[in-house]
Design a protein around this ligand. Structure first.
Ligand code: PGA
Length: 239
């Protein structure tokens, strides 16, 4: 695992976009997992600029979204898919088959997990996986207590996630469960990137970096993932 600390959010975002761009230059048909939420917005902005400037070509890539709230209408502006569309996909001329996500309105969510696991397995793993971190150390909806060796699965949301998750919604919203790629996907990704920005993340980042790997802090999987990149701004680094 390698930690890189940047002066501010903009330089951190630009550096992350450059890492993704470099991975795609090497493998144009990359399978890329991206998180929704606030952290990657600057990366998306930079990637969209790079596509428009023809520095990056996503035409052969497939995107997989990291997770989704169960029970939330995908059209709700707080759904992971709606955020990804607004912040990223809507700015790119992607074909429908280039975007894969958990359909929480499907009759069987177990099948949704199987589909995602098979897609990733048949591709030979994720080429890039960009994730943020929750203040409780979660990655995606892998909450504290989740085993490191899980693939896509359904899980109960932690109380902290239910509370902080309200920031994405227009009105108080009942959140209970999530569907998510697993920590094993992170471990097996060719370029797994954990990105954090801002002072609110500094305390968990300190804990994650100092702690031995433990399921109680899912992001400590970085210690078992030698190729992982931890990309921070100074505020998230906190020292
Ligand atoms: P954020 O969410 O990027 O909106 O801070 C990160 C997370 O909870 O995983």
């Amino acid at each position: 695992m390698k930690v890189q600390v940047f002066e501010d959010y903009d330089s951190e975002s630009a550096a992350t976009a450059a890492i993704i761009g470099a991975a795609i230059a090497v493998k144009p048909n990359s399978l890329i997992c991206i998180a929704s939420g606030h952290t990657p917005v600057g990366v998306f902005r930079q990637l969209v600029k790079d596509v428009k400037a023809r520095v990056i070509d996503f035409s052969k890539c497939t995107f997989v979204s990291l997770d989704e709230w169960i029970g939330i209408d995908p059209l709700d502006s707080g759904s992971c898919l709606a955020m990804l569309k607004k912040d990223f996909f809507d700015h790119l001329a992607l074909r429908k088959d280039q975007v894969r996500y958990f359909n929480v309105t499907a009759p069987s969510l177990d099948e949704e997990c199987d589909k995602m696991n098979n897609l990733i397995k048949n591709h030979g793993g994720l080429d890039v996986m960009l994730v943020g971190i929750g203040t409780n150390g979660h990655i995606g909806m892998n909450e504290p207590g989740t085993s490191f060796n899980t693939y896509a699965h359904i899980g109960k949301l932690a109380e902290e996630t239910i509370l902080t998750g309200q920031k994405y919604f227009q009105k108080p919203t009942s959140l209970n469960d999530g569907i998510t790629l697993g920590l094993q996907h992170f471990k097996e990704a060719k370029v797994p990137i954990l990105m954090a920005s801002g002072e609110t993340k500094s305390s968990i980042i300190r804990k994650v970096i100092a702690s031995a790997p433990t399921a109680q802090i899912p992001a400590t999987i970085i210690h078992e993932t030698p190729q992982a990149l931890v990309i921070l701004d100074k505020a998230a680094n906190g020292i």
